[in-house]
Design a protein around this ligand. Sequence first.
Ligand code: SF4
Length: 495
Amino acid sequence: MVIQMIGEKVICRALEHCGVERAIAVIGYPITELGETLVEKFDGEWAVNEKTAFEIGLGNSVSGLRSCVVVKHVGMNVLSDPLITSTIHTIGHGLVVLAGDDPGGIGSQNEQDSRYYGLLADVPVFDPNPETLFDSIVEAYRISEATKCPSIVRLTERLLRAECSHKGGRELQPPEGYDRNIWEYSVHERHMKFIRERYQIMIDFSENTHLNVVKGNYNEENNGKVGIISTGYASQVVDSVVDEDVVHVKLSVVNPLPLSKISYVENLDRVLVVEETSPFVERQLSTKFLGRRSGHIQNTLVDENEIRLALDKLDMERVEWREVKSKEERGNVCMSCPFIPLFKALRRVDVPVAGDVGCIYLTTHEPWKSVDVAFVLGSAIGVACGFEKGVAVIGDFGFMHSGVQSLVHAVSHSRDLVVVIMLNRVAGISGRQPFREAEYVVDIAKTICKDTTLLQASSTTEEELFQIISSKIEGGGVSVIVLEGSCPETSSPYQ
Ligand code: SF4
């Protein structure tokens, strides 16, 4: 029986089908809601950062539990260290990373493509469409246990919200579990064994899985016809545009790349590659294949119009890039935000201000212009350590996520730096979910930096904040101001 439900529910069902017992998540668009559901359903927990989340998953795996780790795409950067090493280390029970990508950059600081971590870590990567989502999760666990490596399943907002169908996947066999005899081999030997044995299993799987399909009227004599290779949600968009005359290779397992499926289209005259965010598949093919590199696919969020435009110009070798105009709506802080006096005071200071990711990220542009740079979560203090003299402003979540190590560096290297930590005890920009580690912020800051002051946002004016920050800059050394404020119940950033 075919069952229809939205992507998020399909993921839940598939995890239940696989006997997953734990879910570890880190908040962030587009996987916050999914994380909330899975943490509740699978005896889960929110982790302070993605590296910790993945390490908990590794611990689950070697101690006999199937688990999943739910992070957004930039979180993949943070967990990549243990991910990459886990491949030749080996794991036990299935471990799957559900990586939420953000083509279109709707709620993130970049649009990076999580699939590249499959190439770097040599792990299987699934990029499912609404028809293959359920089976992709099940097969991700199966191949994880067969190869003793984690798997990555790439998700996007559109896939999570899409109407998906499934018939229920194959039953999983009980896994062998973790084998500590791997320590009989050196690092180099483990790597050699991986290449000869477990990576070959991944290749066989990718070449033969039912998740990679060829549609359209393919035959040996159809030279001159058009072919398309697509992956992920874009496969469904392609299906809605093309007819049976087009040979359509729909990939849901994209690492290792199934070259036998690609061979169905490689002799056709013109082949378009359609995938979201980056030319991950296209870059692994020759330049004869058209797509992002040739300018045929220009938007990172692929829609029907984009594909029709590309097909209309398929006889051209190269398509001119369309101009990027600055017209998109920018997010803004809540009108009743308790930190508005801080944002105004920061605009007036005459040293560079490093911001972070979170609500402070919404003050980079007019009418605030409070911060000069804001790279990634937890980066403000480290970046400000690179200023001769400056200010770092960071949320409590960013501080605990990965900013705290940079405060240690700032103090131990006698930098001239004022650190402002916005303490609101919630993940403000993600929907004000409680952040339990916030209770340690003041004590940790005081332990690292003696000159730590706790101020209340509700009773500190813009002028007072400006004077305090200016005098601390003037005095030199490292000082920390923890500014405590509460987000009003009804407030919502991006309003
Ligand atoms: S969520 Fe809270 S911290 Fe963020 S802008 Fe709104 S009120 Fe300010």
